[in-house]
Design a binder for this molecule. Structure first.
Ligand SMILES: Nc1nc2c(ncn2[C@@H]2O[C@H](COP(=O)(O)OP(=O)(O)OP(=O)(O)O)[C@@H](O)[C@H]2O)c(=O)[nH]1
Ligand SMILES: [Mg+2]
Length: 248
């Protein structure tokens, strides 16, 4: 090494050793933060802005949409939705920011519309009828499973809230009953599906839903899945409000 270069090198080492440890830690923290950001973009993807109301026909999605928007359930009742109903508004009664909410029609033929909305979905709310649940249990379980199997839902770990509506009715099933029944139906569907298609559960959507050889349960899903009980007619939708607030 020539003399001037040697001097430069020594100066550089001197500067490095002079640097305060706090500055080094700060620099490392920034690098780590950037690395996490890059990994999230590459492997996770950013979630969108919409809160999607999804679920069987008649479960109360449009009623809930109106309640969230205006703070009261629709006075003139509702009719079966034929198209998606969407708007951006601050949730009535909460101090949070405006959020974009989409109410999807529950009719099985119109439900496929969900694929258009998933890329911009922030969180999913699966609204079920806690009274008239059993006739739709299998269908609902299947559609929850299909949702969970979608790479866009899994990769972005889209949070899901299963909203058990109509809790004002005395014949409403308990949240625990609804959760267990859905888990049972999903497990059955998953087993039949893998037997028919000769695929392993881990192949569904190219990603794994739950741990291998473990019966399906919401608790061990890769997506955060929560349950809450509400009654739109009584204006008791705090479980939904809290979920939206914590994910807005
Ligand atoms: N008892 C009771 N009835 C409710 C409640 N919420 C909604 N309903 C009633 O359930 C029926 C269906 O409600 P909608 O909001 O139209 O249901 P939906 O899920 O939008 O149905 P689709 O548009 O067909 O998918 C209406 O008669 C509502 O008045 C509730 O909390 N309790
Ligand atoms: Mg509707």
């Amino acid at each position: 090494m020539s003399v001037p270069m040697e001097l430069e090198y020594e100066k550089f080492i001197e500067q490095l050793t002079d640097t305060k440890p706090q500055i080094l830690i700060f620099g490392l923290a920034i690098c780590l933060f950037m690395l996490v950001g890059i990994l999230r973009i590459l492997f996770g993807g950013k979630r969108g802005k919409s809160f999607l109301l999804y679920g069987p026909s008649g479960s109360g999605k449009t009623s809930l949409f109106a309640q969230l928007k205006s703070g009261t359930p629709p006075k003139l009742g509702t009719t079966t939705s034929m198209v998606a109903n969407e708007a951006t508004f601050p949730i009535a009664g909460s101090q949070g920011p405006a959020v974009h909410v989409v109410d999807l029609p529950g009719h099985p033929r119109l439900r496929t519309e969900i694929d258009n909305y998933l890329p911009t979905t922030r969180a999913l709310l699966v609204v079920i009828d806690s009274v008239d649940f059993l006739p739709t249990a299998r269908n609902t379980a299947e559609s929850i499973y299909e949702l969970l199997a979608k790479p866009s839902v899994q990769k972005k770990r889209v949070p899901i809230l299963v909203v058990c509506n109509k809790m004002d009715r005395t014949s409403a099933h308990s949240i625990e009953f609804l959760r267990k029944r859905l888990e049972k139906e999903i497990e059955q569907y998953r087993t039949t599906r893998s037997a028919l298609k000769d695929t392993k559960e881990s192949d569904v959507g190219g990603l794994r839903l739950t741990k291998k050889n473990v019966p399906f349960s919401f608790a061990i899903c890769t997506n955060p899945i929560m349950f809450c009980g509400i009654s739109v007619v009584n204006g008791d939708v705090s479980g939904v409000n809290d979920f939206i607030k914590s994910n807005a």
